[in-house]
Design a protein around this ligand. Structure first.
Ligand code: BGC
Length: 389
């Protein structure tokens, strides 16, 4: 039995810097940009990845979840960069040499520009194109034990809706009214994409394979809203959790819990307790989320692939995580098979449009790129050294 994974997570676009060929770079840099801040050099992790890995390993963690970037590996359709593949192979080997089990994500929100330009997941050849990319990427996965195909397909299905809204005449007004829910049709395409990717990973590697789902830990605001809750859960996460049946694991990602009323999810009420992202402070979300994943998947082992808090106050990060782990332990005691806990995030990274929400166990000076571990890293390392949660 592999040891319980104790680690932290990042994604390529949020850390590497200069991800020039991706649709996110394009979005950040477009005329009249809608995003307040750009990723730019990010944390220069493309060159400095070893530094964060060394810090995680030295603290006592045994796993690191990171991604490979499709836009770098396949800069033009069908043109694969051997140099980019070699780069990610080096990352995998570096992690292994430091005693960190790599958990490799194949897609984390960003697409190659050429893929997005023709409609991204709405294009008819989306499944074939992603499969071709996964086939090539499997060449560098020798010895990797954990592979996540797509990060948060349910959030991708929201992004797709946003993209369509922005292309329309009243896009900005429509968005000002609030973020839409996931597009169910795109969600179904992503399920197909995932299933095809799972087959490829299984054929070509020995890794356990699954995908990672954003979980809102929804709860009904009153007993009369149970039906809306059921429907909301379906559109937001159960479609994706059900598609995990038969996978080797399901990645659970939760940060907060949200109430559902007659019209669906109720925005988090303003409160001094809210985190920098405006989310309610709810460490119990982790317990709700893993139990829900376990139930809807019909007993697929759960790997916590993200959980954390955007805060400037590291003591609050420790308190949140400590409480969240308590809820995780309770769920495990009740029979949920949990294989590991990967904190989001290893580093203070680019939070999709802005830098203010700091989720990291490690702070990074964005001018000198010096990494400084926070007390929460040593704390989590201590928890890890103590064994199972
Ligand atoms: C994503 C991360 C993101 C985090 C915090 C998840 O939605 O996978 O990329 O930074 O949550 O918002």
């Amino acid at each position: 039995m592999t040891p319980f994974l104790w680690g932290a997570a990042t994604s390529p676009h949020q850390t590497e810097g200069n991800n020039l060929n991706s649709d996110w770079w394009e979005l950040e840099n477009m005329e009249g940009a809608i995003l307040p801040e750009r990723s730019g050099d990010a944390l220069d992790s493309y060159h400095r990845y070893r530094e964060e890995m060394e810090l995680l390993a030295a603290a006592g963690l045994n796993a690191y979840r990171f991604g490979v970037e499709w836009a770098r590996i396949e800069p033009e359709p069908g043109q694969f960069s051997l140099a980019a593949l070699a780069h990610y192979r080096r990352m995998i080997e570096t992690a292994m040499s430091l005693g960190l089990t790599p958990v490799v994500t194949l897609h984390h929100f960003s697409n190659p520009r050429w893929f997005a330009a023709e409609g991204a997941w709405g294009r008819s050849d989306a499944v074939d194109l992603f499969t071709r990319y996964v086939e090539r990427t499997c060449d560098i996965l020798d010895g990797v034990e954990w592979v996540c195909t797509i990060n948060e397909p349910n959030m991708l299905a929201i992004m797709d809706k946003v993209r369509k809204l922005l292309a329309g005449p009243d896009g900005f007004e429509a968005l000002a009214a609030g973020m839409p829910g996931p597009d169910e049709e795109i969600g179904k395409v992503l399920v197909e994409v995932h299933r095809a990717a799972v087959d490829v990973v299984r054929e070509r590697t020995d890794a356990a394979v699954g995908w990672t789902i954003a979980q809102q830990a929804f709860q009904a605001a009153g007993p009369e809203h149970e039906e809306v809750l059921r429907r909301t859960n379906w559109v937001w996460e159960d479609l994706y959790l059900e598609a995990s049946r038969g996978d080797d694991f399901v990645g659970s990602q939760s940060y907060t819990s949200q109430l559902v009323g007659p019209d669906g999810p109720i925005p988090h009420p303003a409160s001094p307790d809210n985190t920098i992202t405006g989310w309610a402070y709810r460490p119990d979300a982790l317990g709700i989320a893993v139990r829900h994943a376990w139930e809807v998947t019909g007993g697929v082992p759960v790997l916590v692939t993200e959980n954390g808090i955007a805060t400037d106050d590291d003591a609050r990060r420790i308190a949140y995580t400590d409480a969240a782990l308590g809820h995780l332990r309770d769920a495990m005691a009740d029979g949920v098979d949990v294989r590991g806990y990967l904190h989001w995030s290893a580093v203070d990274n680019y939070e999709w449009g802005h830098w203010a929400p700091t989720f990291g166990l490690i702070a990074v000076d964005r001018e000198t790129f010096v990494r400084t571990p926070k007390p929460s890293l040593a704390w989590l390392g201590e928890v890890a050294r103590s064994g199972r949660p």
